[in-house]
Design a binder for this molecule. Structure first.
Ligand SMILES: Cc1cc2nc3c(=O)[nH]c(=O)nc-3n(C[C@H](O)[C@H](O)[C@H](O)COP(=O)(O)O)c2cc1C
Length: 172
């Protein structure tokens, strides 16, 4: 029986859901059984042999529900392979400097539960999907341009690597 994998994600404007679903598709292609759920809908982890957790970034951090999820479930998560991913706009310019600064976003999560892999992905900015406060910050304060910078080839490539790692650690 193949391992069952959970992909749990946190989003505000929806772009992280697209990333999570793409990861789920790729894991299924690799022969794994996969559930993809918004993190707020996950209550029981006991049927999963590996967990992939991802979140949009706001103000240099995963969304609160994603952080809470890792904290609350850390005991179980330490017993299975865990991978993290993030979706952010800093990587619309994919430079070594920006990668280094984004790598810091996940440090608190690494401290709680060390992952087997991390995926740092560029996201999407669509002002019409934001509430008034977030729109003001993104448009007027930080001046992030609109656009979809998600690189689904890169996301799929990452998911294939993670699938191989999960298969090698859960096979026995
Ligand atoms: C209020 C706000 C704050 C943000 N803060 C950051 C940030 O600190 N660093 C970053 O790289 N991207 C930041 N972003 C960009 C989002 O991470 C990006 O648009 C992402 O794709 C959103 O994911 P979602 O559509 O799943 O909510 C921010 C976006 C908003 C609206």
């Amino acid at each position: 029986m193949p391992s069952k994998i959970l992909v749990a994600y946190a989003t505000r404007a929806g772009s992280t859901r697209g990333v999570a679903e793409t990861i789920g598709e790729e894991l299924r292609q690799a022969g794994l059984q996969v559930d993809v759920y918004p993190i707020k809908e996950v209550s029981n982890l006991s049927s999963y042999q590996a967990v992939i957790i991802g979140s949009a970034i706001r103000a240099g951090s995963w969304l609160p529900e994603a952080k809470r999820f890792v904290k609350k479930n850390q005991a179980y998560l330490k017993t299975v392979p865990v991978a993290y991913f993030l979706v952010c706009m800093t990587l619309m310019n994919d430079t070594p400097e920006n990668r280094a600064s984004v790598a810091k976003y996940l440090e608190p999560m690494r401290q709680l539960v060390p992952p087997i892999a991390e995926g740092d992905f560029a996201g999407k900015m669509d002002y019409s999907k934001l509430g008034i406060f977030a729109r003001f910050i993104a448009k007027s304060l930080v001046k992030v341009p609109e656009g979809d910078y998600r690189n689904f080839d890169l996301i799929r490539q990452w998911a294939r690597t993670v699938a191989a790692q999960i298969k090698s650690t859960t096979a026995n």
